[in-house]
Ligand binder design. Structure first.
Ligand code: KG4
Ligand code: ZN
Length: 374
């Protein structure tokens, strides 16, 4: 692995509690469940001391998506360097670290295995406590490490339990009532594709590249959201479930009838119209979730978005407005903590350590691990 492929994410603005503990706990977090090899040192006062992401996106781009075997091999080649440099950047040695946390699932199993074995090996050889982090829990809790507002600027909000969470990533799309660490109640979920998948597939249809979400987001900013008519599946029905495959199919059918070549204006309008339908579905379903009896009973004060799709500017601002209309506070992770990263795994490691969830026996990583089975 060449050094120039390592992205040193500058987390300079992320400082934590002023009145934190005198001697905070230090956690090394390791993430490798998809196409990012990442590690981070985070302390229990919510400071990110270092954070490194080695992104494999260029390696998968020519295939239009992540190739699991290539990803696993790339994780093996990168992991030692990523961990070593993360510790160096934090100005720490492994002796200074109190907790080792690794993603133990869900995800592409070859990749998960690489990071989880690294975490297990470090913990066993040093005798330090090991935490098996559910990747989705990393996304779900990261706003408690650091919350930002819709436009990505520093949010002064501290996100306390319970909160209502929109979790939207490449593989998942769920509305959850987060009651505490390890306590997730499913309020709604997609019946077919995830939101991220829909973004990626629309981008692929238009030949825009991979990953599609950020490209569609940028294009949509320059387009007209009412230019094309995309469906709003399930929005006329009660409940909090999603369906995105109909939106994607509508796009496919239209493009088959209008094969192009397409002008820049066409592409921008198409992206804006597609994105508007996703935003409307999310707002509609969340609106019902806020009125769900279980949610009303728990009375969450904060509406949180998480997962790679949480980077989407239109979704963030629509959710901020929805929160305001319902007298809730909106919180999102800063942009560089939305997509997969080691800092969210380190933070979930700290939260789980405080909850006493330490791994004492060797455990196998899990390709599938719903948040409701914690
Ligand atoms: O959470 P994540 O990094 O990986 C998974 O755990 O799946 O999410 C990746 C997904 C991809 O589908 C990507 O296209 C989407 O997040 N994404 C976005 C944006 N940035 C990333 N989707 C919409 N708008 C964005 N700005
Ligand atoms: Zn993820």
């Amino acid at each position: 692995m060449t050094d120039d492929k390592i992205i040193h994410i500058d987390m300079g603005t992320i400082t934590g509690d002023v009145n934190g503990n005198d001697k905070p706990l230090l956690c090394l977090g390791i993430e490798s469940s998809c196409d990012e090899t990442s590690a981070s040192v985070v302390d229990s006062n919510r400071n990110v001391l270092s954070h490194i992401i080695y992104s494999q996106i260029p390696e998968h781009q020519k295939y239009g998506g992540v190739v699991p075997e290539l990803a696993a091999r790339a994780h093996i080649l990168a992991i030692d360097q990523v961990i070593k440099q993360t510790l160096e950047r934090a100005g720490k040695t492994i002796d200074d670290i109190d907790i080792i946390a690794g993603t133990a699932g869900p995800g592409l199993i070859g990749g998960v295995l690489v990071g989880w074995m690294a975490a297990t090996g470090i913990a066993q050889s040093t005798g330090k406590p090991l935490i098996a982090v559910n990747h989705l829990e990393g996304h779900a809790l990261v706003s408690r490490l650091h919350a930002s507002t819709a436009d990505g600027t520093d949010g002064k909000t501290t996100v306390d339990f319970p909160y209502l969470l929109m979790l939207a990533s490449g593989g998942h799309c769920q509305i959850l009532l987060v009651r505490g660490v390890g306590q997730y109640e499913l309020i709604g979920q997609t019946l077919d594709d995830s939101a991220g998948e829909a973004f990626d597939k629309i981008a692929k249809m238009l030949g825009l590249g991979y990953p599609g979400g950020p490209i569609v987001d940028t294009r949509a900013k320059q387009g007209n959201p009412t230019a094309f008519k995309f469906p709003r599946p399930l929005c006329d029905k009660p409940g909090c479930d999603f369906s995105f495959s109909g939106i994607k199919t509508a796009g496919r059918v239209f493009l088959d009838k209008n094969p192009g070549p397409h002008s820049e204006e066409f592409i921008n309008d198409f992206c804006a119209s597609f994105q508007a339908s996703v935003v409307d579905c999310i707002v509609n379903r969340l609106n019902n979730a806020i009125r769900d009896a279980r949610v009303k009973d728990a009375n969450p004060k904060t509406l949180v978005v998480a997962g790679g799709v949480a980077k989407n500017s239109a979704i963030r601002s629509a959710m901020e407005k929805l929160a305001k209309d319902n007298k809730m506070v909106f919180a999102a992770p800063p942009m560089n903590l939305c997509t997969d990263n080691g800092a969210m795994i380190a933070w979930a490691g700290i939260e789980n350590y405080k909850a006493g969830k330490i791994v004492h026996e060797p455990i196998a990583p899990r390709p599938r691990w719903p948040l409701t089975e914690m």
